[in-house]
Design a protein around this ligand. Structure first.
Ligand code: NAX
Ligand code: ADP
Ligand code: MG
Length: 281
């Protein structure tokens, strides 16, 4: 049964931090993406992961993005994605791995996706977005069974991955494909009024609008999902739901005075928004 994803999810998930906590308590998050063409995507995701409060954020990307990354989000650490030793260590030592924003679909991107799918373990959370999903579809790859996995496709990406075309993406088929073929734990099927499918529930976001229809909006969502999954890992499914809700709630608030909402504005508004949620304002 489809139920509405309500604002209460924010209050369940975004709690006051204990005074004696440190960055190690709020998740080590690794973001992988950003080729020469799509470097902006991984920069936007990074800005959102840091803004959403991840304890430690590392970005594995093309060397060409280093200066931009350092100047936009110096809080994040950098790994050259062609340095296999550093990349392997980063994959092994992070709690959450997001792969896909601006990754591209060439041979190198495909190798990276294969490496990540083969390397993650049962204590990690894997989030796949954008190009990673297209690469998985093109190569018939499935998610690892023992890892908690989240996919954030838009409808076209889901059509490629599931084989279910847009007009037929109804609840029953989504669940079957998701659980039995892909080994996916949470599917965030992005669209106007995004759907979230878990093993037991199907929820629909009923906020947000066309002011979000701009490139980079999904990259920022993926970054928030990763940041929340790392930080609020006691219940990863709820963390994903809260991320989806917060992303559109911030956009909706900004739409009161912005015809189009820039994805990076959402990333930068997260700390303030989360403080207001925590204080019940
Ligand atoms: N500044 C950047 O570097 C940007 C990089 N991007 C990256 O570009 C790569 C390709 O992603 P794209 O999504 O552009 O390309 P895709 O080829 O995956 O799909 C894009 C097309 O799907 C169609 N579509 C159907 N239903 C849709 C829905 N509900 N939502 C969105 N699109 C829908 C649209 O016509 C759209 O042109 C990804 O890695 C992505 O992360 C994009 O995020 C755009 C911004
Ligand atoms: N008309 C709309 N109403 C509500 N949300 C929208 C609308 N158009 C786009 N979005 C949201 O914007 C995001 C777009 O994601 P995606 O297509 O992956 O963007 P990109 O890859 O360019 O970053 C999704 O979260 C989607 O739900
Ligand atoms: Mg996208």
């Amino acid at each position: 049964m489809l139920s509405e994803l309500k604002s209460e999810i924010l209050h369940e998930v975004i709690l006051r931090r204990p005074d004696d906590s440190h960055k190690g308590n709020f998740g080590r998050v690794l973001l992988i993406g950003g080729n020469i063409q799509y470097g902006g995507a991984i920069l936007m995701a990074t800005q959102a992961t840091v803004g959403s409060g991840a304890g430690l954020t590392t970005v594995a990307t093309d060397l060409i993005n280093l200066t931009a990354l350092r100047s936009r989000t110096p809080e994040a650490m950098f790994v050259d994605w062609r340095n296999d030793e550093q990349l392997t260590t980063a994959i092994q030592t992070n709690d959450v791995i997001l792969i896909g924003p601006g990754l591209g679909t060439d041979e190198f991107a495909t190798q990276l996706v294969r490496k990540v799918l083969a390397s993650v373990n049962k204590d990690q959370i894997l989030i796949a977005d954008g190009s990673a999903l297209t690469v998985m579809a093109e190569n018939n790859l499935t998610f690892p069974r023992d890892t908690f996995t989240v996919a954030t496709p838009h409808q076209m990406e889901w059509a490629r991955l599931s084989g279910v075309q847009l007009n037929y993406q109804d609840n029953h088929q989504l669940n079957e494909v998701q659980r039995q073929i892909l080994n996916l734990d949470v599917l965030v099927l992005k669209q106007h009024h995004t759907l979230i499918y878990t093993e037991t529930e199907q929820k629909q976001l009923q906020i947000g609008g066309a002011y979000q229809a701009t490139g980079g909006m999904g990259d920022v969502l993926a970054g928030i999902v990763a940041g929340f999954a790392g930080q609020f890992k006691a219940n990863a499914t709820k963390a994903v739901e809260a991320a989806v809700y917060a992303h559109s709630a911030i956009a909706q608030e900004m739409a009161g005075h912005s015809y189009v909402v820039k994805p990076t504005f959402i990333a930068d508004s997260l700390p303030n928004y989360m403080a207001r949620i925590q204080s019940n304002l």
